[in-house]
Design a protein around this ligand. Sequence first.
Ligand SMILES: [Zn+2]
Length: 83
Amino acid sequence: MPNIKEAFTVKEHKATDEYHIFKGDFEVDPCNSVNNSICGAMAKSDSKKNIAICLDEVEARKLLAKYGRKVCANCIGYLYKTI
Ligand SMILES: [Zn+2]
């Protein structure tokens, strides 16, 4: 069973235009996200905008497939390793 309480938020880095993934928690309504991206290379304060918020694992994978190379490889690697 997947952990349905884990939420994913995707943010665009203001300097590189690369998308990074932030983990969060659905127990907070609607969801929250931690201060640093999964890969550790981006902080919330580096965000230009949110690409998507409060995704579950399935939605996150669809979004990664859609955006492909725009998304940080390290963040993607983590997501596929843990799901
Ligand atoms: Zn990243």
